[in-house]
Ligand binder design. Structure first.
Ligand code: ATP
Ligand code: ZN
Length: 294
């Protein structure tokens, strides 16, 4: 795979559950992604950045080897890849999408009393390395049956007693008469970067892309909250605001007893929160979305 020199390379999943969300993230970060000459490569037209579109399983190795400078991949894939682990693809941050869990599941009638219940059994999975570590941590001896996919049919085919597979809604498990008994790993999409050094100009570009991604992730779910409040209730009101730092407090014209309070709330602001604020004495409460944050 060859890309133009002097361009930053970001590897993302070509087609799958993470692809669209990765492209959304780029757009929200102000990168104008356009199709390139071939399917493998998209280009960013307003910055010297190439987007490598590959199988998600290849992303950790590409990033570890410096074929790509940055990459976006599920934490589950990263944890499973021993080569990338050894070469040190570095985790930058979780991106807040692609959430799923790697779980131990078995037929509904299975009697579960902790990981020890797996002793001596056969467990089918596409994540043998992560499963092996889980079994070791729990001091369990079990046989790992490595599969390429369709793990959920293994118990019915008597290939395995249990499975270790990704679950997001649980619908696939249910459709196959299986029940989840334990969580092996919580996963979401991660931004990773290469341990290889970049030329200074690209290094700077990489830092700026990372800072923008951080801003996009931080502004998701964050709200700007404004209200009027009695001075006496300021402490109580600050304590109610979810995930806010020190609020901005400004005087209100012609009022000695009340102030305006503005705060950025990092967590969701629910109706219950507004009701509590009101009960504490706040009035004229406004909750606004935040588009960008840095
Ligand atoms: P590829 O062709 O790139 O190898 P894939 O079939 O391995 O694709 P997808 O099924 O598209 O991968 O899933 C990509 C990632 O999405 C997973 O590795 C995981 O991090 C995340 N994900 C989120 N929810 C789920 C889910 N319910 N099942 C599987 N993966 C999920
Ligand atoms: Zn894959």
């Amino acid at each position: 795979m060859s890309t133009a020199p002097g361009r930053l390379r970001i590897a993302i999943q070509k087609s799958g559950r993470l692809s669209e969300r990765c492209l959304d993230l780029m757009r929200e970060a102000g990168l104008r992604v356009v199709k390139g000459n071939n399917d493998l490569l998209y280009r960013v037209e307003n910055y010297p950045i190439d987007i490598l579109r590959v199988r998600d399983d290849d992303i950790p190795t590409f990033v570890a080897d410096g074929v790509a400078d940055l990459g976006i991949v599920g934490f589950n894939v990263l944890e499973e890849d021993p080569v990338a682990h050894a070469k040190g693809a570095k985790t930058v941050m979780p991106l807040g999408f692609g959430r799923c869990d790697l779980k131990i599941a078995a037929p509904e009638t299975f009697v579960w009393s902790g990981a020890k219940s797996l002793e001596g059994l056969r467990i089918a999975t596409t994540y043998p390395n992560v499963l092996k570590r889980y079994l070791q941590t729990n001091g369990v001896n079990a046989e790992i049956v490595e599969m390429r996919g369709a793990v959920e049919v293994a118990p019915r085919l008597k290939m395995a007693h249990a499975i270790c597979d990704l679950v997001s809604t649980g619908a696939t498990l249910e459709a196959n008469g299986l029940k989840a008994f334990a969580t092996v790993l919580n996963s979401e999409a991660m931004l990773i970067r290469s341990p290889k050094d970049l030329e200074p100009a690209l290094q700077e570009l990489a830092e700026s892309v990372i800072a923008r991604f951080k801003g996009v992730v931080a502004s998701q779910g964050a709200k700007y909250v404004m209200m009027n409040a009695p001075k006496a209730a300021l402490d109580a009101i600050t304590a109610i605001l979810p995930g806010a730092g020190a609020p901005t407090v400004t005087p209100l014209a012609g009022r000695d007893d009340a102030v305006a309070v503005h705060a950025v709330c990092q967590e969701s602001v629910f109706w219950e929160t507004l009701e509590k604020l009101k009960a504490a004495g706040a009035s004229a409460i406004l909750v606004l979305p935040i588009e960008k944050m840095m």
